[in-house]
Design a binder for this molecule. Structure first.
Ligand code: SF4
Length: 308
């Protein structure tokens, strides 16, 4: 028998008992981490569903993870989730702050205070900025989408997430197509859509933030539809790029050089793909596309085209 007669009797510990004893200590530690006492019977039941998973669940209860992208919609999604589920909600931001408008740190701080809990920041282990991604990978954007989204937002999300997380993204009630596509492409994720459930459109989210007394990020005030990085490579409209040229001339110049060097026609004029330095500076007509960017981004083959 040994190990004190299989836990119930009088006996002497022997060297052969050490592995069993070590496991027992590990279990006890996991139980204490949970802050509660669990009976042996309960632990046995948990182990029936897989020992590793049982121990992890004791230690780390299931989470709702709200992916905050420093935009109005995901801020509202976080607020609604926290109002409904007071515990085990983690609000997470994939850090691209160094490539975003300087006002975004102020918005981040305001939202954090409004939510009443810290926002977790996670970051790419390989790249500091989107320009760093472009320079090291020699890739701007193409039929697989934007490389920076993958490296700065998706990879950090994959590293952070756990199989039983419930994910909440800032897709709004007026984006049913994107929600359906995301669900179709992500069968493995548990998803909740509080903005859709509450009928919160993009415009209603903007109004909600303003009503909370939070000044909207400067990018919205400058007329952009999304609070993306400055000179976001997902943009294709001539109007958006001429706004970038007007508001952030040094970023526009850098994108001109990068897109020539990497042979990518980022914009279009009258339906034709052109390089940024071929765009007439006074062309400000046409629509601005919805180019929201978050850890939910899927490929956008229709948006990109490599020059030939
Ligand atoms: S917002 Fe644009 S530039 Fe920034 S990570 Fe997303 S796709 Fe890249």
């Amino acid at each position: 028998m040994s190990f004190i007669q299989r836990h119930g009797g009088v006996g002497i510990l022997t060297p052969e008992d050490v592995p069993d004893l070590r496991n027992a200590v590990k279990e006890a530690f996991a139980i204490l981490m949970d802050g509660q006492w669990h009976s042996g019977q309960e632990i046995k039941e948990r182990h029936r569903h897989g020992q590793g998973e049982a121990l992890r669940r004791v230690r780390d209860p299931m989470r709702r993870v709200v992916w905050f992208s420093c935009g109005a919609a995901s801020a509202v999604a976080a607020r609604l989730t926290l109002e409904k589920h007071k515990e085990d909600v983690e609000v997470v931001y994939c850090d691209t702050m160094a490539s975003e408008h300087e006002d975004n740190q102020r918005f981040f701080d305001d939202v954090q205070e409004w939510l009443g809990q810290p926002i977790t920041r996670i970051k790419s282990e390989k790249y500091d900025t989107v320009d760093d991604v472009f320079e090291k990978t020699r890739y701007l954007a193409g039929i697989q989408g934007a490389r920076c989204t993958v490296e700065m937002k998706k990879v950090p999300r994959f590293n952070f997430q756990r199989p039983d997380d419930i994910h909440i993204f800032g897709l709004t009630a007026d984006e049913p197509g994107r929600i359906a596509t995301f669900e179709k492409n992500n069968h493995d994720l548990n998803l909740e859509w509080p903005l859709q459930t509450e009928g919160m459109t993009k415009d209603r989210c903007l109004a909600y933030i303003a009503q909370a007394g939070i000044v909207l990020p400067t990018m919205y005030q400058l007329g952009y539809r999304n609070n993306n990085c400055k000179g976001c490579v997902k943009a294709t409209s001539a109007r958006c790029w001429n706004m970038i040229r007007r508001d952030f001339p040094e970023v526009f110049q850098r994108r001109c050089e990068q897109s020539r060097e990497l042979n990518v026609r980022l914009t279009r004029l009258h339906g034709e793909r052109i390089f940024l330095d071929e765009l007439p500076p006074d062309y400000l007509s046409g629509d601005l596309e919805n180019i929201s960017c978050g850890p939910d981004c899927s490929t956008q083959a229709d948006l990109f085209e490599v020059a030939i």
